[in-house]
Design a protein around this ligand. Structure first.
Ligand SMILES: Cc1cc2nc3c(=O)[nH]c(=O)nc-3n(C[C@H](O)[C@H](O)[C@H](O)COP(=O)(O)OP(=O)(O)OC[C@H]3O[C@@H](n4cnc5c(N)ncnc54)[C@H](O)[C@@H]3O)c2cc1C
Ligand code: FES
Length: 285
């Protein structure tokens, strides 16, 4: 069964701003500087978020950052994958089993689950952008018969940076998924593609007139991905992207994540491309 799209935080602004306490059950190194945390959160249950939604994760005494759910949405496990890029994300990756952290969420608008029914699905991920898409991939696999061809195209800097390596190998071993990985630079025993992720798009199997395409990664990568999808014949209305902006309240209150007339926390982070096309050149304030 698809997760319920209405899964959103409720309550007053005061309630929503107060983090609940969760505990780390397990943590696993999933790439350089990147850890996947399995959390014990007593408010969490299977189906309580839509893939693409995020939580605000608080490292006590350091700060709070938005991080997407990256687990299987049909399972009662709350999973987040965090890359250490600054003070807060580094503190989160250093948490050990038994340590506590603060959580608010789930927040935001996730991937368009209903739109994908009966259509081909093309997923284009860059770097840690695979994390917000992993929940969606689990869902597509769980309900495989509902979709047409599925292509998962992943690009990262080097073979050492590949996230979820074991899962990518498992997914690639299935007959009902197309999985292609490319790296920007390769040294040593790498026999796969070398080049940016957009070079994989012309080789993927999908009917551009019956496809939903989803992308997440650095903004420059998403811009080139969108151009390549359009060259392949995918309409603007069939392309969705997950935007990244720094956040404070996460509920459309403080204006920190404002992106033209929309707030990324409340109206996104997933947007249909034609709705934000004119805003994409707008830099973060
Ligand atoms: C909706 C949403 C979902 C997200 N989901 C995830 C997720 O699942 N996993 C995850 O690891 N991150 C995710 N992020 C990004 C994450 O929120 C940021 O990496 C985090 O806020 C950085 O905070 P910081 O205090 O650690 O670093 P900061 O002090 O804010 O930044 C330190 C330095 O790193 C740079 N920086 C900031 N963010 C990034 C980045 N993403 N990549 C490279 N350099 C960066 C900054 O420009 C700065 O130079 C998500 C962001 C949003 C908006
Ligand atoms: S983070 Fe406050 S409005 Fe989006």
């Amino acid at each position: 069964m698809a997760p319920k799209p209405e899964a959103q935080s409720t309550g007053t602004i005061g309630d929503i701003m107060v983090p609940r306490v969760a505990r780390v059950r397990h943590s696993r190194l999933d790439g350089p500087d990147t850890w996947t945390l399995d959390l014990d959160d007593e408010t969490f249950s299977a189906g309580s978020y839509v893939p693409g939604q995020f939580n605000m994760m608080m490292a006590f005494g350091v700060g709070e950052v938005p991080i997407s759910m990256s687990g299987d949405p049909s399972k009662p496990d709350l999973i987040h994958t965090v890359r250490a890029v600054g003070a807060v994300s580094a503190a989160l990756t250093q948490l050990k089993p038994g340590d506590v952290l603060g959580l608010r969420g789930p927040f935001g608008v996730g991937w368009p689950m209903a739109e994908m029914d009966g259509r081909d699905v093309v997923i284009v991920a860059g770097g840690v952008g695979l994390a917000p898409l992993r929940s969606l991939i689990y869902h597509l696999i769980n309900e495989r018969e509902r979709y047409g061809d599925i292509a998962i195209l992943y690009g990262t800097r080097s073979p050492d940076d590949i996230l979820y390596r074991d899962e990518l190998e498992n997914w690639r071993g299935r007959f009902d998924l197309e999985v292609d990985v490319t790296v920007d630079h390769a040294a040593g025993p790498w026999h796969g593609h070398v080049g940016v992720v957009t070079t994989l798009i012309p080789h993927a199997t999908f009917d551009p007139l019956n496809t939903i395409a989803l992308t997440c990664g650095p903004e420059i990568m998403m811009r080139f991905t969108i151009a390549a999808l359009k060259d392949a014949g995918v309409a603007d209305e069939a392309i969705y992207l997950s935007m990244e902006r720094s956040m404070k309240c996460a509920v459309g209150f403080c204006g920190h994540c404002q992106f033209g007339p929309v707030f990324v926390c409340r109206d996104g982070p997933v947007f249909r491309y034609d709705r934000v096309r004119s805003l994409l050149p707008v830099k973060e304030l």
